[in-house]
Design a protein around this ligand. Structure first.
Ligand code: GDP
Length: 171
C-alpha cells in the first residue's frame, strides 16, 4: 500500500490532525511527551494507504544519543521506501516555522519527497490575519511551488476536504 509520512513537532497537533481526518477520537493518542519515541507508527486507513507517524521532532529536549537514534531511523526509512508517496508536515499556523521545522522541510526536500504542509490551529488565528500567516510560513520554509500548503483546524474541520484531495492526488 502507498504510504504518507506525517511529521510535526511535539504538541503541534499531529494526533488531532489524524483523528480529525479519520473521524476518530483516539486512534492516534494525543500526548505531549517530546520526541521520546524512536519508532514509526503505521496506521492503515480505509485499506487504501498508511499514515506513517514519524515521532515528534524537536531537538531541544532530547539527548545526543536519542538524536542519533532518531536520525538513523529517519534516514533508513526515507532512503529505502518505495511506497512513500508524500509527506505531511504539520506546523502551527500561529507562529513562524521553528528551526526544527526548517530542518525537517529541508530533510524531506533532500530526499525529493513531495510535501503537504498542514498549517494547523487555524481557528486560533483571526480571519483577517490568516493570509498573512500563510504567506509568512510559505516564505520562511521557501516552499517549492509544487508543494501544497493547507490551513487546517482540528477544532472546526476547516481544511479537511482540501487535505483529503491533496492526499488522494498522491496515492
Ligand atoms: P501532537 O503532540 O502533535 O500529537 O499534538 P496534539 O494533537 O496532542 O495537540 C496538542 C494540543 O493542541 C492539544 O491540547 C490539542 O487539543 C490542541 N490542538 C490540536 N489541534 C488543534 C486545532 O486545530 N485547534 C485548536 N484550537 N487546538 C488544537
Amino acid at each position: 500500500l502507498p504510504e504518507i509520512a506525517l511529521a510535526g513537532r511535539s504538541n503541534v497537533g499531529k494526533s488531532s490532525f489524524i483523528n480529525k481526518m479519520i473521524q476518530r477520537k483516539n486512534l492516534a493518542r494525543t500526548s505531549s511527551k517530546p520526541g521520546k519515541t524512536q519508532t514509526l507508527n503505521f496506521y492503515k486507513i480505509n485499506e487504501a494507504f498508511y499514515f506513517v507517524d514519524v515521532p515528534g521532532y524537536g531537538y531541544a529536549k532530547v539527548s545526543k544519543k536519542e538524536r542519533k537514534a532518531w536520525g538513523k531511523m529517519m534516514e533508513n526509512y526515507f532512503t529505502k521506501r518505495e511506497n512513500l508517496k508524500a509527506a505531511i508536515m504539520v506546523v502551527d499556523m500561529r507562529h513562524k516555522p521553528t528551526e526544527d521545522d526548517l530542518l525537517m522541510y529541508d530533510f524531506l526536500k533532500y530526499y525529493e519527497i513531495p510535501v503537504i504542509v498542514i498549517a494547523t490551529k487555524m481557528d486560533k488565528v483571526p480571519k483577517s490575519k490568516r493570509a498573512k500567516h500563510v504567506k509568512q510560513i510559505t516564505e520562511e520554509l521557501e516552499l517549492e511551488t509544487k508543494d501544497i500548503m493547507i490551513p487546517f483546524s482540528a477544532e472546526t474541520g476547516d481544511g479537511k476536504d482540501e487535505a483529503w484531495s491533496a492526499i488522494k492526488s498522491y496515492i
